[in-house]
Ligand binder design. Structure first.
Ligand code: GAL
Length: 673
């Protein structure tokens, strides 16, 4: 259920009027009108004002704000303020303060300072949310509910006494029988056999490595506790206002390590995502695109909401670079291109005090006589012109397998190499595809993947039998699967699949691995050359592959596996399974290998476009985002340019740093190109 209001694309952001005097609020309404703001998120951190003492609710100040916004034509995404429990509550219930893995109980003075499992927190949450919901159920400004803020960030796991009690309950419900838990966790190792549930603690800090299966389950349990805290609120709100959608904002899909967003997305009426650029990272718009594609994917392809990003600098990175002219516009429209029906920001007005006073806002400290404000006003106008995009879908022919459980498991302690990283491989493949102008979806290993021409598994270390079977069926039915090293190694308990690696994928890939040979830091090994391609080298990983049906496309030319396969192909049923046992490095190395797979699978991609021209199709619209310093002419686009109304007949030029969106129209019959 996507919010009905505002019509068209939503534009606005977090609004914290409690930080400002009345005259500023009056100015806000006028400025919001000037910029075309039509949705604000309100109340996110206002528990202390909404409930100044236990059971005494005060919504008078908020009523005034909602009324003013409604009069100004601005809809409200009303937040439950549970990410900032008030001082009186924490003083009365100090046991709600979360405890870190190292055993440190955090103090009051920041935010997210209550444990999702703590009974007092859950009870106070339920009372407050009911009071809030009852008070605003009929207010015409309220268009949707926004529960909490960024669950799992920054503290995904809590180790307090309430968490441990809930954990034992979770274990009983999951395993029922203690011997089943002992088997799943492999507790015969290091003599950890449990004979009764109360013996089991959280996997807290230890001077050596803690049982990895126990840690993996704790990650699942902890994520589930946050989801329960969310669902408690959602259910109350749904009961009171069944017509209003409920969401919570993800802390940036690709960076939400502690939250399994496949599971979260099922609980939301509309997926909402936050994204902040890593300012100093070159080409950081690729990370943005990845975050947006993952948001769309967890939303099942449905339109999602960009709930927060920044108009300019953030304040929490080592060096907080301001956005360059045009960058905010490119960022915003890239999210829309990839399926967002909103462009919302943290926050409306840059704060004067508190921890985030150096964070940008739509209204900067410099005021409205500023380049940034002019860009904000322009963006508002652009988004009005793009209203027709709302609800339309992005289609992808290629999918990347992304599984949070695999992410958690791979990055536990004592792996064959510290260079094995879920994100490192995922980013490498995503970037290669982005530079090939290929739009991708992300998929869970057990999802229906039959519609994709190519599926890539960059880092599927943990793969269940069901996931492996799904990939097998996909290939047999004609799919093209590319698997990268250290995939299919363990099951859901981080136990190695029986037999040689990669146990879950041996048959599908037509090979086995006799021994891992991780490379030294900065070491690279050459692969055999193929005429007409650049010299390829691998880094991070090498291993002794023994083909059993697969053919060698490239071999290692030196290093611990000289003469043995590095890149293989296995024709199986109507499809093909490829395997890559190193991290290609340098220039176009990975793109060249990937290109072979895409070509064989018939994935078309625009030729002759410079890399930095981002091209994405959404419904009838084609978004052309020029991240470079030179104009780019794109061929093969016919329609009307949305921002200036110009017709493009087969070609369109996008100025340096600019964004052009063309609503494609079929050429009238009989007319020649
Ligand atoms: C987000 C958070 C916002 C704000 C923002 C600053 O993670 O949800 O409340 O703190 O970061 O970049």
């Amino acid at each position: 259920m996507y919010p009905e209001r505002p019509a068209g694309l939503a534009f606005g952001g977090d609004y914290n009027p409690e930080q400002w005097p009345r005259e500023v609020l009056e100015e806000d309404a006028a400025l919001m009108r000037e910029a075309g703001v039509n949705l604000v998120s309100l109340g996110m951190f206002s528990w202390a004002l909404m409930e100044p003492a236990e059971g005494r609710y005060d919504f008078g100040w908020l009523d005034e704000i909602l009324d003013r916004l409604h009069a100004a034509g601005v809809a409200v995404d009303l937040a439950t303020p549970t990410a900032a429990p008030p001082a009186w509550f924490v003083a009365a219930h100090p046991d709600v303060l979360p405890v870190t893995r190292e055993g440190v109980r955090i103090g009051f003075g920041g935010r997210q300072s209550a444990c999702s499992s703590a009974p007092a927190f859950r009870e106070a949450t339920a009372r407050l949310v009911r009071a809030l919901g009852e008070h605003y159920r009929d207010h015409p400004a309220v268009a949707m509910w926004h529960v909490h803020n960024e669950y799992g960030a920054p503290l995904g796991e809590c180790y307090c006494e309430h968490s441990v009690a809930a954990w034992r309950g979770w274990l009983r419900a999951t395993y029922q029988d203690i011997s089943a838990l002992n088997d799943a966790w492999g507790t015969t190792f290091w003599g950890q056999t449990y004979t009764d549930w109360p013996q089991i603690d959280a996997p807290r800090f230890n001077h050596t490595v803690v049982n990895p299966a126990q840690r993996l389950d704790y990650a699942r349990f902890s994520d589930g506790q946050h989801r329960e805290h969310y669902a408690l609120q959602r259910d109350i709100l749904r009961e009171l206002t069944p017509h209003l959608p409920v969401t919570t904002n993800f802390a940036g899909t690709v960076n939400c390590k502690s939250t399994d967003l496949w599971q979260w997305a099922r609980e939301l009426d509309v997926v909402a995502n936050d994204h902040y650029l890593r300012a100093e990272q070159p080409d950081n718009h690729i990370d943005l695109a990845m975050s947006a594609d993952l948001a769309r994917s967890v939303a099942g392809g449905a339109p999602w909401m960009l709930m927060e990003h920044s108009a300019g600098a953030v304040n929490w990175q080592p060096r907080n670079l301001a956005k360059r002219p045009g960058e905010m516009r490119r960022n915003s429209l890239a999210h829309v291109a990839r399926g967002s029906d909103s462009v919302l920001f943290f926050q409306w007005r840059a704060s004067r005090f508190g921890a985030e006073k150096f964070h940008s806002g739509l209204v900067p400290h410099a005021g409205t006589d500023s380049g940034q404000w002019r860009e904000v006003v322009r963006l508002g106008a652009d988004l009005r012109r793009l209203a027709g995009v709302r609800g339309s879908r992005v289609r992808a022919e290629v999918a990347l397998v992304w599984d949070w459980e695999s992410y958690w498991a791979l990055e536990l302690d004592w792996r064959p190499s510290v260079d094995l990283s879920f994100r490192e491989r995922m980013d490498a493949f995503y970037e290669a595809l982005w530079r090939e102008h290929v739009t991708v979806d992300f998929v869970h290993p057990s999802a229906d993947i039959s519609g994709y021409r190519v599926v890539v598994a960059p880092s599927a270390y943990l793969l269940t039998e069901a996931g492996a079977k799904n990939l097998h069926r996909y290939v047999e039915a004609g799919g093209h699967l590319l698997v990268s090293y250290f995939s299919g190694i363990v099951d859901e308990h981080d136990a190695i699949h029986p037999g040689p690696h990669p146990g879950a994928l041996r048959e599908l890939l037509g090979l086995s691995v006799e021994e891992f040979h991780p490379l030294r830091q900065d070491e690279t090994v050459p692969l055999t050359a193929e005429p007409g391609t650049e010299d390829l080298r691998g880094r991070i990983w090498s291993e002794r592959v023994r083909p059993a049906g697969a053919v060698t496309v490239r071999a290692f030319a030196a290093g611990p596996d000289a003469g043995h396969p590095a890149f293989t192909r296995h024709d199986l049923g109507a499809g093909t399974a490829w395997y890559l046992s190193t991290a290609p490095t340098g220039g176009r190395a990975l793109r060249d290998l990937l290109g072979q797979v895409l070509d064989r699978a018939g994935v078309s991609r625009p030729r002759g476009l410079p890399e930095h021209l981002e091209l994405v199709r959404r419904g009838r619209h084609v978004f052309l985002i020029n991240h470079g310093d030179e104009p780019v002419t794109v061929e093969g686009v016919t329609g009307v340019s949305v921002f200036d109304g110009e017709r493009c007949d087969g070609r369109v030029t996008v100025a340096a740093g600019a964004v052009t969106v063309v609503e494609e129209t079929p050429r009238p019959e009989g007319e020649r190109a």
